[in-house]
Write a protein that binds this ligand. Structure first.
Ligand SMILES: NC(=O)c1ccc[n+]([C@@H]2O[C@H](COP(=O)([O-])OP(=O)(O)OC[C@H]3O[C@@H](n4cnc5c(N)ncnc54)[C@H](O)[C@@H]3O)[C@@H](O)[C@H]2O)c1
Ligand SMILES: Nc1ncnc2c1ncn2[C@@H]1O[C@H](COP(=O)(O)OP(=O)(O)OP(=O)(O)O)[C@@H](O)[C@H]1O
Length: 278
């Protein structure tokens, strides 16, 4: 089959753009078609398309840091994604830049031969408003519910219910519901546990709670509900970017999202990656 690839390079990053240009050349030489995001298309000789229109591609390559991959996942999933790491941490991006051309052309040759893409499915979380009509973009890392702002005077009282049973209720900066993927991100900074990526789980971590309970790990099909009171304003936020303003009292329900993210390419060694975290 003719394989169609999309490439998204971190904006304003010349190294990412140079690598995108090298990938376009290698893919076209191998008989595949390649398009790039619009910002990259303005900098290199390649066909630019909006990132959200890459959902018709067989594979999308994200060149940048974890933030770029989270952005690409939001725009193109369920299309399989390969992450090339140009960032500092790069937990989600297993491919080193010097290997990118070889790894991408090998994967594209496999897709051409088999018509299939091999990848690992990463679960996401879905947050919806109870009695309010909104749903956030699915979260690959975490859903955070917090008060007006982080820090003194900005918190709220948040009750956490797990499949209908009350687990904790406290004044806090917020509460974080994370996937195993997100365990190494914001969850870790707030004292939540590391969860190995092969584990199916959802993590619930309070943020600077006055009366804290230990972080809780539950099985993925659990319904977590967060009821916010004692604040004029609060927010529900998916992966740090997609946010919904709440007018407390308000309840947010967090459940498994229907579509996972499919990550293609070699899997980063989890324990080696931990050295990169602060
Ligand atoms: N105090 C904190 O640790 C904190 C605060 C806000 C957001 N975040 C994280 O940033 C994410 C949004 O990313 P962004 O790029 O838009 O914001 P950003 O640019 O502020 O990135 C924050 C940092 O989180 C790292 N990161 C993201 N996902 C990770 C993961 N799964 N494992 C390990 N590190 C990871 C990134 O490499 C970056 O260094 C959110 O999902 C949240 O997890 C962390
Ligand atoms: N090609 C692009 N087109 C549009 N938006 C982009 C593009 N590349 C990056 N972005 C925006 O930039 C954000 C992430 O990039 P950012 O530079 O903040 O972090 P990063 O990829 O984690 O890199 P680093 O590790 O260097 O911080 C995305 O959420 C997205 O909004």
């Amino acid at each position: 089959m003719d394989v169609a690839v999309g490439i998204v390079a971190q904006r304003d990053n010349e190294r990412a753009q140079d690598l995108a240009a090298a990938l376009v050349n290698a893919l076209e030489a191998a008989g595949a078609s390649a398009v790039v995001d619009e910002a990259t298309g303005a900098a290199i000789a390649a066909t630019p398309v909006p990132v959200d229109s890459m959902d018709d591609r067989d594979l999308v390559v994200s060149i940048g840091g974890d933030g770029t991959l989270l952005f690409v996942a939001r725009e193109v999933s369920p299309v399989p994604i390969m992450g090339v790491n140009l960032g500092e941490v790069g937990f989600l991006n297993a491919v080193a830049p010097e290997n990118a051309v070889d790894v991408v052309t090998d994967v594209v040759a496999d897709i051409a031969r088999t018509g299939r893409v091999e990848g690992r499915e990463l679960a996401r979380l879905r947050a919806t408003g109870v009695d309010e009509d909104w749903t956030l973009a699915p979260a690959l890392n975490e859903i955070v519910v917090h008060g007006r702002r982080r820090g003194h005077g900005g918190g709220a009282t948040i009750e956490i219910r797990v499949d209908g049973q009350s687990y904790a209720e406290s004044h806090a900066d917020g509460v974080l519901v994370a996937t195993p993927t997100g365990s190494t991100a914001y969850n870790l900074s707030e004292g939540g546990p590391l969860v190995h990526p092969a584990t199916d789980a959802v993590i619930v971590t309070q943020m600077a709670a006055a009366e804290s309970m230990p972080p809780l790990v539950v099985e993925p099909d659990t319904e977590i509900s967060l009821t916010v009171t004692d604040a004029d304003t609060a927010y529900a936020i998916s992966d740090g970017r997609n946010r919904q303003r709440l007018e407390p009292p308000a309840t947010v329900t967090v459940t498994p999202a229907a579509d996972p993210v499919t990550l293609v390419g070699p899997q980063a060694n989890f324990f080696d990656g931990l050295d990169k975290l602060e």
